[in-house]
Design a binder for this molecule. Structure first.
Ligand SMILES: Cc1ncc(COP(=O)(O)O)c(C=O)c1O
Ligand SMILES: [Zn+2]
Length: 412
């Protein structure tokens, strides 16, 4: 394997066992726990000054803090996304500054590209020929794109409720798409997970690119925090509000914030706030209950239009809760109505496009400001994990409902 100078291997977040990344490719060989890339930070030959000299063109500019060298990267130019000032939102929220980190600018339109870039780089390093995952939608599309780039065959398992764009583009990229039963639009991420698990039993040679099964997706998403902090001249914001499903990005970002604090590039951590939809909020419930892990939401109780965060059983909830607590952040759930209203407000007051899923971060930030968690001098970052046009149906339908309510035809 062609690894970077400082990368030392993988360690298990549960049993603390240390493993060689050439042979341990996915979960912990001893206990099945999540594996996390480790580094010898004394050997990280990088400084903010050196970074400032590099072109701002992809996440691979932080390669010294990643496991694999840029020369090996499966890349489409992911990362290097804009951080957009939102003065009207700051006014409306009553905070000093609102900034939107616009991951919609990624090649397939979401932050999933960062994780898949690194996961497919690892797959190629491990000699994989076929990759597989289940996903709510966007990760499946991203995996199909990066597998195409890496010349790998991809098997993608999506729930029927995944969006048309995600299903269509998965196939356009040449992946083998399975939409989980029932096909009537009601199957969920867990149904896609079951179909994936069955297929993996029949195909033990398929290389998994699934959330927290590969150690490299949260590691790739780590670059969102590196980039954000660099864009803020290494001054941590007062909060990052993150639309949280499986928590891959939140956990990765928190890891990066710890790394740069320990390297002395920043003074403190970045308070991470997990935003969820009230119709599926296992992480917020656990946070409020003071619990270390979530209780799964029964499938038939999931009730939200926010597809990307309709994750009733997030396997890494302990890591999300640790990150939120250690960073002195929080967790907040808002209703779909508030979320969809927030998406429309962003589109109208700032001209920016946030999808239904990502708008949970916007309405979550409003709720946090309302409750006094954010104040008039605070800088609040909204993580827009994906482009608004990835899931416009829910927004358009909500607009229609608002119009009907205004005409007195329905009650909202
Ligand atoms: C647009 C979007 N935002 C957020 C999420 C949740 O991501 P995470 O697993 O990092 O919580 C997803 C996952 O599908 C997504 O597609
Ligand atoms: Zn272990």
């Amino acid at each position: 394997m062609e690894t970077t100078e400082a990368f030392t291997g993988l360690s298990c977040v549960d049993c603390a066992g240390a493993f060689d990344a050439a042979t341990a490719t996915h979960r912990c060989p001893d206990c099945g726990g999540i594996l996390d890339p480790d580094y010898d930070y004394d050997r990280v030959d990088l400084t903010p000054a050196a970074l400032a000299e590099r072109p701002f063109e992809s996440m691979w500019r932080y390669a010294e803090l990643l496991p694999f060298a840029p020369g090996t990267a499966v890349t489409l130019g992911e990362g290097a996304t804009p951080l957009v000032d939102c003065p009207a939102l700051a006014d409306a929220m009553g905070v000093g500054r609102v900034l939107l980190k616009d991951e919609g600018a990624n090649p397939t339109g979401t932050f999933k590209d960062r994780g898949q870039s690194l996961a497919m780089t690892a797959a190629r390093q491990h000699g994989a020929e076929e990759v597989a995952l289940n996903s709510a939608g966007n990760a499946g599309q991203a995996a199909a794109a990066y597998a195409a780039r890496a010349d790998l065959d991809a098997h993608v398992f999506l729930p029927s409720r995944a969006g048309f764009t995600q299903k269509a583009m998965t196939e356009v990229h040449g992946a083998d798409l399975t939409v989980a039963d029932p096909m009537d639009g009601s199957s969920q991420i867990g149904d896609a997970g079951a179909a994936y698990a069955d297929a993996m039993e029949d195909h033990p040679d398929w290389y998994s690119a699934k959330t927290f099964v590969t150690p490299y997706r949260h590691e790739g998403k780590k670059t969102m925090a590196l980039e954000l902090l660099e864009q803020l001249d290494w001054e941590a914001p007062d909060g990052v509000v993150y639309p949280t499903g499986g928590g891959v990005g939140l956990v990765g970002m928190h890891k990066a914030a710890r790394e740069v604090r320990d390297l002395g590039w920043t003074d403190g951590l970045v308070p991470m706030y997990a935003a969820q939809a009230a119709g599926c909020a296992p992480v917020v419930d656990a946070y409020e209950a003071g619990a270390d892990r979530h209780e799964p939401v029964p499938n038939d109780e999931v009730d939200t239009a926010c597809n990307g965060i309709a994750i009733p059983d997030p396997g890494a909830s302990h890591l999300i809760l640790d990150a939120v607590r250690e960073s002195d952040g929080g967790a907040v759930a808002t209703t779909d109505r508030a979320i969809l209203d927030a998406a429309i407000e962003v589109a109208r007051s700032e001209g920016l496009e946030v999808g239904a899923t990502c708008a949970a971060a916007v309405s979550g930030a409003f709720a946090l400001a309302e409750s006094g968690e954010f104040g008039p001098d605070d800088t609040v970052v909204l993580l827009n994990t994906g482009a608004g046009n990835k899931d416009v149906d829910a927004l358009r339908a909500h607009l229609g409902e608002r119009e009907a309510a205004a005409e007195g035809e329905i009650d909202l």
